[in-house]
Design a protein around this ligand. Structure first.
Ligand code: TYD
Length: 141
């Protein structure tokens, strides 16, 4: 799906454990301008339910597991995130929903930009309308 990719990070392992370095524009396609992390999500709760107009983010499950559904109004995919060495990159015009968090889940998110509520799409119908306009202009494939 456009604007969705699973990235496998370089893992420097030794008898002393593992180290995963992530440098902007080297290990991921953009400079990191913000991080946030999520934990303590009850099993029956969902997060996300939005899309972005410009933001790229990479979701890394540092502990436990969760599922992420991504969709663009035409197709959908569900990813299980349950390891520290992979990140799910989600770019603009992808509606995402995060659910089935394990009790111990810690989710780290690396963002391409500062927090800006105005670039969020939180209404699914508005998202579909805008994404369909962009399809018509052949800007997404
Ligand atoms: P939201 O993006 O809706 O979280 P989720 O998609 O995980 O459910 O954000 C929840 C609240 O936190 C909302 O009031 C905005 C605020 N927030 C910030 O202040 N800074 C941030 O970097 C993020 C991601 C959210």
């Amino acid at each position: 799906m456009y604007n969705v990719a699973l990235i496998k990070f370089k893992n420097i392992s030794s008898e002393c454990g593992h180290l995963i370095p992530i440098e902007g524009k080297i290990d991921i396609p953009y400079e990191i301008k913000r991080i946030f992390y999520i934990y303590g999500v009850p099993k029956d709760k969902k997060r996300g339910n939005h899309s972005h107009r410009s933001l790229y983010e990479i979701l890394i499950c540092l502990k436990g597991s969760l599922k992420v559904k991504v969709q663009n109004g035409r197709e959908e995919e569900v990813y299980v995130l349950n390891n520290e060495y992979e990140g799910l990159m989600i770019g603009p015009w992808i509606w995402n929903e995060m659910f089935d968090y394990s009790d111990d889940c810690v989710l780290l998110v690396l963002c391409s930009d500062k927090y800006d509520e105005s670039e969020y799409l939180r209404d699914y119908d508005v998202f579909l309308k805008e994404v369909n306009e962009i399809y018509k202009e052949n800007k997404l494939c």
